[in-house]
Design a protein. Structure first.
Length: 397
């Protein structure tokens, strides 16, 4: 049975949600599932904006057929070629053989790599600033390369003042009947997944996200329709401000984040003692995570949120603990920057983790790194407390 929602008078959401998928892109845990959004404009010409992942294609085609109501499909606009949105392009062309597929030159290069149908017979190649009239609606196209693929673009509907934003302004999480952000408790129930989505998938490309935002902010936008997660029609400025912070590596919160690895619990105990000292110094909302039991995607998102971070690791095979190394390399790969950080190391006979953690942190931009290193030998001792006090002073001044 079809499952369709009206977005504006003649624009419809025809997407679907997947609550069974465990890992998005086979790497990011999505315990709340994910939505794949696609949209149809019913004008003098009919327009489909993007398709969906193969896993929900059955629902998608039922929805599309219902909305078209026997009319032919005139246009398919492809804002993003990634398979979670483009997997069913060939089937759309097969079901609607007269359809014209709208995209930029890079779109069609990729399309030919994914599919074997006659792409050129359907292709309408557009470039930055081109428009397409469908009757009442005039659709304009803007390129947003590397947000987060090189062919990515957005479509702006001047009639309804709607931005179809591709992967920008998306979030993890299945849609549960409420497709608009103002219909859910977004700040409490969705914001963490929105942050984790942006920072992990697009976090590396902050400069490109900023360029895309500058283009978007020149438009009169009353609604944002992303390819994942809820549609925005209220408080757009609040969510855009979050994107401004995330894409400029600006912390959201004045909080200390403690990220530790611990083999037998001694490094964990050291971090508990440090957290108590920070609390006594007046710090609130301290966050502590064991990097061995928390997926790196959550830790990276928390690092983007907080302004001060303590990294603590035992020495392991003459290096840092593997899970800590993975996390630090993830941060580096995502262009992480602009933080105040300190390092704590532990070792029983050869303590080298601290230096190696600092080596990676020093390769990141604008990182204020505490010069000292709290060095624990096997377990925390009285003589280590002054070293922790030094970190507290550094973090709170």
């Amino acid at each position: 049975m079809y499952c369709v929602k009206k977005v504006t008078e003649d624009t419809f959401w025809i997407g679907a949600s997947d609550r069974r998928l465990a890992l998005f892109e086979n790497i990011y845990p999505i315990p709340r599932g994910v939505s794949y959004n696609a949209y149809v404009i019913m004008d003098e010409k009919t327009v489909l904006l993007d398709t969906v992942d193969k896993s929900v294609s059955g629902q998608f085609f039922e929805n599309l057929e219902h909305v078209l109501g026997g009319r032919k499909l005139d246009y398919l606009i492809v804002n993003h070629m990634e398979p979670d949105h483009g997997a069913t392009i060939a089937e759309v062309a097969m079901r609607y053989p007269e359809v014209k597929i709208v995209g930029n030159a890079k779109t069609f290069t990729m399309m030919k790599q994914f599919f074997d149908f006659d792409v050129d017979a359907h292709a309408v190649v557009i470039k930055e600033g081109d428009t397409l009239s469908t009757g009442n609606h005039t659709l304009a196209f803007a390129m947003i390369p590397m947000v987060h693929w090189p062919e990515a673009m957005v479509t702006y509907d001047a009639y309804d003042k709607v931005l179809f934003s591709a992967d920008a302004f998306g979030t993890f999480g299945a849609l549960n009947g409420n497709i608009f952000a103002d219909e859910v408790n977004f700040e409490n129930e969705w914001l963490d997944d929105a942050r984790r989505y942006l920072t992990n998938i697009v976090g590396k490309y902050g400069v490109q996200v900023q360029a895309a935002l500058k283009k978007a902010l020149t438009l009169d936008i009353q609604m944002i329709c992303p390819l994942h997660g809820p549609i925005w029609r209220e408080n757009l400025g609040w969510f855009i401000d979050k994107y401004q912070k995330w894409s400029t590596y600006t912390p959201e919160d004045h909080n200390v984040l403690i990220l530790y690895a611990s083999i037998y619990g001694n490094t964990e105990n050291t971090m508990d003692v440090l957290a108590n000292k920070l609390s006594e110094a007046g710090e609130k909302n301290i966050a502590i995570y064991d990097v061995s039991v928390t997926d790196p995607s959550y830790l990276l998102a928390e690092a983007f949120r907080c302004d001060r971070i303590v990294f603590a690791s035992p020495t392991y095979n003459a290096g840092m603990f593997p899970k800590m190394e993975t996390l630090l390399l993830e941060l580096k790969a995502h262009n992480f920057q602009n933080r105040k950080v300190a390092v704590v190391e532990n070792g029983t006979w050869a303590c080298t983790a601290g230096k190696q953690m600092k080596d990676i942190l020093s390769q990141m931009k604008n990182m204020e790194i505490y010069e000292g290193t709290a060095a624990v030998k096997s377990s925390l001792k009285e003589e280590n407390l002054s070293q922790l006090d030094g970190i507290v002073e550094f973090m709170t001044k």
